[in-house]
Ligand binder design. Structure first.
Ligand SMILES: O=P(O)(O)OC[C@H]1O[C@](O)(COP(=O)(O)O)[C@@H](O)[C@@H]1O
Ligand SMILES: [Mg+2]
Ligand SMILES: [Mg+2]
Length: 345
C-alpha cells in the first residue's frame, strides 16, 4: 500500500476522460463537504447541533434534525461547480435539476443514522454516482450502472469508503492537514465472521426466512451453523457497513409486515444501491432476500423508493437467499436442528 496516497491524488489519476473527471469532481466535492460535516459533528452542541428536531419532515416522513439540514446544505454548496444532470437527496422531496447534458447524476443521504446524533454515536454520509444519458429519466437505471459509490463514517475517526468500480479503498481524515489518507486498499469482506446485525425488536413482523436465519444464529454451536454468533445493532447503516468491511458478518434490514415496511426501511437510490455496490466490490454480496440489489431500478417518479437490504459475507447472504427462495431449506439442511424442534413453531 502506498502510505502517502491521498484521496485527492487518487481522484486526479482516475480523471482521464470527461465522465471520469465529473465523477472525480463529485467525489472530491462530497469529501470536502464531509470534512465540514465532520467538524460540525465533532463540535456538537458547541456548534449548535443538538439532535433536536428541525421542525420539518423529509420526503419519507422522518422528522429532520438540525444536522440533516446543515449536512444537506454543505453538500449542495460543495457540488455547485460539479457538472451534474440531477441530484437526489434524502432531504429533498424533488430532484434538483442541473445541466441535462452533464455526464453524471448523484444520489446521496447527507446524514445517515440521524437518530444517533444526540447519543454521540456514529453517523455518516452515503453517495451514489450514476451516468446521465440525455433524454433518459435520471435515476431509473439498475444499481449495476453505478460509476462510483461510497460513504463517510463520522466515528471516533472520520473515514471515507470509496469504490470507483475497481475494488474498495478506505481513507481516514488527517485532521491536521484536512486531507483523506489511504489506510486500507482493496478491502475484502471476511467470510468466516460469526456476527449478524438486525433490529430484533421487529421479530414478530419478519417473514419466516428471516426468522429461520436468525434462529440458526441463535442456536449457536448446537444449531445447524455449529457456531456461536454475536449480534450487533448500531441503528446506523454506515457504521454497520464499516464493521462488515473491516470484520465481516451480515446486516439485514428486511421487508416486514408493518404498514409501509413491505420493502423494509432503507431507500434504494441513496442507501441500498451504493451499499450493494460497495459490498460486491469488496467481494461480499447484497440482496433483498429474493433479488440482487444491483439488479433493482427505481421508477421515474420514485426518488425515495425503499428496498430491503441484506448485505455482507457472501456465504451468509446466500444462505438467507436460499431460505427465501426455498422455504424447505431450513429443515432440509438442518436435520438435527429440525428434529430437536429448537425454535420451531
Ligand atoms: O430505527 P430502525 O428502524 O432500526 O432503523 C435504523 C436504520 O435507519 C437508518 O437510520 C436510516 O437512515 P436515516 O437516518 O438517513 O433516515 C439507518 O442508518 C439504520 O440502519
Ligand atoms: Mg439513511
Ligand atoms: Mg439521512
Amino acid at each position: 500500500m502506498d502510505q502517502g496516497q491521498t484521496l485527492a491524488r487518487l481522484l486526479d489519476s482516475y480523471a482521464t476522460d470527461p465522465r471520469k473527471r465529473a465523477v472525480a469532481a463529485a467525489v472530491g466535492a462530497i469529501a470536502e463537504a464531509s470534512i465540514e460535516i465532520s467538524e460540525l459533528i465533532g463540535q456538537g452542541a458547541l456548534a449548535g447541533i443538538t439532535g433536536a428536531a428541525h421542525g420539518a419532515s423529509n420526503a419519507d416522513g422522518d422528522v429532520q434534525k438540525d444536522l440533516d439540514v446543515r449536512a444537506e446544505a454543505a453538500i449542495v454548496a460543495a457540488l455547485k461547480n460539479v457538472p451534474y444532470a440531477a441530484l437526489a437527496s434524502e432531504e429533498a422531496e424533488a430532484l434538483l435539476m442541473g445541466d441535462p447534458q452533464a455526464p453524471i447524476s448523484i444520489a446521496y443521504d447527507p446524514l445517515d443514522g440521524s437518530s444517533n446524533i444526540d447519543t454521540n454515536m456514529t453517523v455518516g454520509t452515503i453517495f451514489s454516482i450514476i451516468p446521465n444519458e440525455p433524454g433518459v429519466a435520471p435515476f431509473t437505471a439498475p444499481g449495476s450502472c453505478q460509476l462510483a459509490a461510497g460513504f463517510v463514517v463520522y466515528g471516533p475517526q472520520t473515514s471515507f469508503v470509496l469504490t470507483l468500480g475497481d475494488g474498495v479503498d478506505i481513507f481516514t481524515l488527517d485532521r491536521k492537514d484536512h486531507v483523506y489518507r489511504l489506510i486500507r486498499e482493496k478491502v475484502k469482506v471476511a467470510g468466516d465472521t460469526a456476527e449478524y446485525a438486525i433490529n430484533a425488536s421487529n421479530h414478530r413482523h419478519w417473514e419466516q426466512p428471516v426468522r429461520d436465519f436468525v434462529d440458526e444464529c441463535l442456536a449457536g454451536a448446537d444449531g445447524p451453523r455449529a457456531k456461536n454468533f454475536n449480534m450487533r445493532w448500531i441503528g446506523s447503516l454506515v457504521a454497520e457497513a464499516y464493521r462488515i468491511l473491516t470484520r465481516g458478518g451480515v446486516f439485514l434490514y428486511p421487508a416486514d409486515s408493518r404498514p409501509g415496511y413491505g420493502d423494509g426501511r432503507l431507500r434504494l437510490l441513496y442507501e441500498t444501491h451504493p451499499m450493494a455496490f460497495v459490498m460486491e466490490q469488496a467481494g461480499g454480496a447484497a440482496s433483498t432476500g429474493r433479488e440482487r440489489v444491483l439488479d433493482l431500478s427505481a421508477a421515474a417518479t420514485s426518488t425515495h423508493q425503499r428496498s430491503p437490504l441484506i448485505m455482507g459475507s457472501s456465504d451468509k447472504v446466500n444462505r438467507i437467499v436460499e431460505l427465501h427462495l426455498d422455504p424447505s431449506a431450513a429443515s432440509r439442511t438442518a436435520p438435527l436442528f429440525g428434529r430437536r424442534g429448537l425454535f420451531r413453531t
